[in-house]
Design a protein around this ligand. Structure first.
Ligand SMILES: [Zn+2]
Length: 185
């Protein structure tokens, strides 16, 4: 993901011009769903509705119990650590809490995959931004969208396996190209 030029870097990453462009798109009523492989929550931090963001690899802002699957916020878990619980257990079943991200080799969340496929099937334009489109299931979503008659627009600095099938290909960094592309409509 490209960072906006001149962005102030603090401990936590900040939304960039690419995130902001997608917020604008949502406010114009032209964005159905964002499917993201990022776990940083920056689309929501930028102002996108959380219910439009499908985090296919989970999020660092929540914790999940390995025993019962209960989810709570990372903030509440960290507050328990700060108040003297070095290794806070699940409040529902006492199980082990881990950050709600998908670890290597771990199965994806079926609800997230289902939501992503539904969105790919039900769009007019499938905008693939800042992804090499080489990893399942995101690569498969392009095929779903194509089969459903959507136009595919790829914005990525590097080539992808789907470039020949794209209606529009923008091989430039996202921070500059995405705001321009979406403003152009
Ligand atoms: Zn539990």
């Amino acid at each position: 993901m490209a960072h906006a030029r001149g962005a102030v870097r603090t401990g936590a990453p900040l939304p960039n011009a690419g995130h902001a462009a997608l917020v604008d798109l949502e406010r114009q009523g032209r964005l159905r769903t964002i499917v993201t492989q990022n776990v940083d929550g920056l689309h929501q931090a930028a102002g996108c509705s959380p219910d439009r963001v499908v985090e296919i690899h989970g999020t660092v802002h929540e914790v999940e119990c390995l025993g019962c699957g209960d989810r709570t916020t990372m903030r509440s878990a960290l507050e328990r650590v700060a108040s003297g619980e070095p290794d806070p257990a699940c409040l529902v079943c006492g199980g082990i809490l881990k950050s709600a991200t998908i670890s290597f080799g771990q199965e994806l969340d079926a609800r997230a995959v289902t939501a992503a496929v539904a969105a790919a099937r039900d769009c007019d334009v499938f905008l693939a931004v800042g992804t090499s489109l080489q990893v399942w299931p995101v690569a498969g979503l392009v095929e779903v969208a194509l089969r459903s008659g959507a136009q595919v627009v790829i914005v990525n600095a590097e080539p992808t396996p789907f470039d020949d099938l794209a209606s529009l290909l923008v091989a430039e960094p996202i921070g500059a190209s995405l705001p321009r592309l979406l403003t152009a409509g």
